[in-house]
Design a protein around this ligand. Sequence first.
Ligand code: KIV
Ligand code: ZN
Length: 388
Amino acid sequence: MATGKVFIFDTTLRDGEQVPGCKLNTKEKLELALQLEDLGVDIIEAGFPISSPGDFESVSLIAKTIKYTTVCGLSRAVQKDIEVAAAALKHAVRPRIHTGIGTSDLHIKAKFNSTKEEILQRAIQCVKWARNFTDDVEFYAEDAGRTDNAYLARVIEAVIKAGATTVNIPDTTGYCLPYQYGQKIAYLVNNVPNIDKAVISCHCHNDLGLATANSIAGVIAGARQIECTINGLGERAGNTSLEEIAMIIKQHKDLGLFTTIKSEQLNPLSRLVSDTMRMPVQPNKAIVGSNAFSHSSGIHQDGFLKDAQTYEIIAPEEVGADSSRIVLTARSGRSALAYRFQKLGFQFNRNDVDVLYNEFLKVADIKKEVENTDLETIAREYLKEAAA
Ligand code: KIV
Ligand code: ZN
């Protein structure tokens, strides 16, 4: 029976780093790996050692430096790849080799010009090679999202028998709907006789914006590892976002799940990743976007000022974000205006605010956001006229 612990497998330094423009040097990779360890992730996928000498060096240095977290290296189902990954991970306290092959009909035919039987044998073989170097072997069935469940179950049963301790079920193209991905995991739980000998992992891409929802559907169905990245970086539309997963699991105690992520580090690390990878975070990104704790409409501001929980399910300090922001726009109301005047040191009564509100709207209709300096000008003009 699976416990409630969900292992967080961070692949910012591998799938995330594949994003055009996001390439990192060894020093940058090491710095991020240390921060990821501090954040509390369980596994760091540090890179794809055979892909370049630079990546080999990065994985090697991370493996030597990281003390508690499992360090993982990616490989294809190719003996040389696995040997190179093992060499890069030689000094890791907890090394994991991540190896695998495409299992969908499309991958089998178009990529490998092969057959289901041959792919099954290659899957078994690559796990056996990897087990010569470490007891911690993760197998990925690439394009599992579009692989037929009966064949996928055969492959998974065989690789667990060959020694895989984690079985990764990637929705490589981000194709599945959450109920379909959940059913796929449930199918494996119910149809792979030795499934209790391995952890099922969700690796979901975001091509339809469903990566997080699919990963959550996966753990509800029995998976216990989620592969994700800071800021949801990754190939094409990205991977499952680590910060979303950590906070969904934290917020929804009803799921009976937990992670070891220190949530107050999420925003600082998001900024560090964004700066290091030169990849801005969209303002409306959940948890780490600059607008994630901003309130601009009058109805919301009024409720928020009475009780923050009316419009915030997470306190910004819980995820290390700056305090919530009341943004003054033409959609803001009198309570937000009165609140901001008070913050600026002006004591206005209700009648004052009624008059000031009309002046405020004139500015707000011209500017996107009314700043403190605008408010000070409005207030001074008003006080001057009142005194005249
Ligand atoms: O998306 C994918 O299928 C992958 C595998 C290499 C795990 O990134
Ligand atoms: Zn991927």
